[in-house]
Write a protein of this length. Structure first.
Length: 405
C-alpha cells in the first residue's frame, strides 16, 4: 500500500543505511552521499545524538571515495550478482539487501531511486528487500521531462514507469529543491508518496585550503585568469552555448579563457565529444578552452580556488553540486537562470538567459573585466564559517526526515 501502510513507531536507536549512488559516471550522486555522511558526522560531533550510520554499496567502492567518507560505522559491500532477467526473477538482489539490512540492525534506508536494479539489483515493491526497515526515495531531477529531446523514448518510458512505481511504493520522496518538488506535484499528480525538501550542501575538507592552486594551474599549463566549468560533458550541461558566447566576445576583442573539468562522455550520445571538439573550432575559440577531462577531486578544487569565477551554464539541475562547491569556497558564480539556480542563489551570483549566447557573453565580459584569480583568503574564511553552519542544518534536517519516515 506504499504511503498508506501503517508502521509501528521505531523505539530502537536510529541506524541509518546510506545507499551508495553514482561513481565516475555520475560524480554528483557520489558527492551527494559523501556530503550527507559528512553532515551527519558534523551533527554527531556537535552533541550527543542517538544514531549510527552505515553505507551499503552494490558495486565495489572506489578506494578514494572510501577514504573520503566520514562518520561511517561500517561499509557493507553487497555480494556480486548476476545481471538481467534471471537475477530479477530469482530475487537474489532482494535477499542480499535484506541480509545487509537485518544483520547490523539498520532501520532506515536512504536513498532509493526510480532505478534500483542498477546499483542494488532490487525492484519495486521493496517490502521483501527491506523487511521492517523504513525507507525514503530520492529523485534528483526530472531532466527527461524538461529536455525530452536528449533522451530515447525507451529511456523516457523507463524513467516515467520507475518514478510512478516509486511514488506508489514510498511513503516519502526527498527532493533537493522546491523547484524539483514542484515538478513532482506537476508530473506525478496521483503519486501517493509525500514530498520533502532537503537542500544539500558541500562539506569542504580542511586539506582543500592547504593545497596549492598555483601548482595545479602550472601542472595543467593553464593561464593565470580563467573561468572554471566543472561539469561532465553531457549535452544538458550547455557547453556549446559557452563556445558561442566566447565567439561573440572574440569578435569584440575580448578573449576569456575557460577551463572544463569532468568526464568527456555522454552516455546518451557517444558522438557528443566530437560535436564539442568540432564546435570549438567552428567558433574559433579552441585556443581559449581547455578540456581536462575527469581529474582528481583535489585538483579540481584547487582549480576552482584559482579561477576568477565558476561558470555553471546547465539547462537542468536538481540542486547543483558545482554551485554548492563554489559557495563553500567563497567563489563568485556565473550561472544560467534556472529556477533551481535562483533558489540556490549563491552570494554575488550573476545570472544569464540559459539559451541566449549574447546574455552569457555580457555576463562573462562583466566578470572578466574586473575579477582577479584566487584564492581569496578573506572570502574563503567567511565561506568556511557559513559552510559549517550549513552542514549542521543539512544533517539535522535529514534526521528529521529519517525519523518521520
Amino acid at each position: 500500500m506504499g504511503a498508506r501502510r501503517t508502521r509501528s513507531r521505531v523505539t530502537a536507536p536510529l541506524h541509518i543505511g546510506l545507499i551508495m549512488q553514482g561513481g565516475a559516471g555520475w560524480m554528483g550522486g557520489a558527492e551527494y552521499i559523501k556530503n550527507l555522511a559528512q553532515a551527519l558526522h558534523s551533527v554527531s560531533a556537535a552533541g550527543p545524538e542517538p544514531f549510527r550510520v552505515s553505507l551499503i554499496s552494490g558495486h565495489p567502492l572506489d578506494p578514494s571515495m572510501r577514504s573520503e567518507l566520514t562518520g561511517i560505522e561500517k561499509v557493507i559491500d553487497l555480494p556480486p550478482r548476476r545481471r538481467g532477467f534471471l537475477s530479477r526473477i530469482t530475487g537474489a538482489g532482494s535477499r542480499a539487501l535484506r541480509g545487509a539490512v537485518d544483520g547490523p540492525g539498520i532501520n532506515f534506508l536512504y536513498p532509493f531511486t526510480y532505478d534500483n536494479q542498477h546499483n542494488l539489483g532490487v525492484s519495486f515493491p521493496l517490502r521483501s528487500a527491506v523487511g521492517a526497515a523504513r525507507w525514503a526515495g530520492w529523485i534528483p531531477d526530472f531532466q527527461h521531462r524538461h529536455l525530452p529531446q536528449l533522451f530515447a523514448q525507451a529511456e523516457i518510458t523507463k524513467r516515467d514507469s520507475g518514478i510512478a512505481a516509486l511514488a506508489q511504493d514510498a511513503g516519502m520522496i526527498v527532493f533537493s529543491s522546491e523547484a524539483t518538488a514542484a515538478d513532482y506535484r506537476r508530473f506525478c499528480p496521483t503519486g501517493r508518496a509525500r514530498p520533502e525538501v532537503l537542500r544539500f550542501c558541500t562539506a569542504p575538507a580542511a586539506e582543500w585550503f592547504a593545497g596549492d592552486p598555483l601548482a595545479v594551474q602550472a601542472q595543467y599549463h593553464l593561464p593565470d585568469r580563467f573561468f572554471l566549468i566543472s561539469n561532465q560533458l553531457w549535452q544538458h550541461k550547455n557547453h556549446l552555448l559557452v563556445f558561442e558566447a566566447l565567439a561573440l566576445l572574440a569578435a569584440r576583442g575580448v578573449r576569456p579563457h575557460v577551463v572544463c573539468t569532468g568526464q568527456l562522455a555522454d552516455f546518451r550520445d557517444k558522438n557528443f565529444v566530437n560535436t564539442v571538439l568540432r564546435r570549438l573550432h567552428e567558433c574559433g575559440v579552441a585556443a581559449q578552452v581547455a578540456l581536462l577531462g575527469l581529474i582528481p577531486r583535489g585538483e579540481q578544487i584547487q582549480l576552482m580556488r584559482r579561477s576568477i569565477a565558476v561558470l555553471q551554464p546547465s539547462l537542468c539541475e536538481g540542486w547543483s553540486t558545482v554551485v554548492e562547491d563554489a559557495r563553500a569556497l567563497g567563489k563568485r558564480v556565473v550561472l544560467s537562470d534556472l529556477e533551481v539556480h535562483q533558489e540556490q542563489n549563491p552570494p554575488g551570483a550573476r545570472f544569464f538567459a540559459r539559451n541566449d549566447p549574447e546574455s552569457l557573453a555580457e555576463a562573462l565580459a562583466a566578470v572578466w573585466e574586473t575579477a582577479q584569480p584566487g584564492p581569496d583568503a578573506i572570502a574563503e574564511g567567511a565561506a568556511r564559517s557559513r559552510a559549517a553552519d550549513a552542514q549542521l542544518t543539512f544533517g539535522r534536517r535529514f534526521l528529521e526526515i529519517a525519523r518521520a519516515a
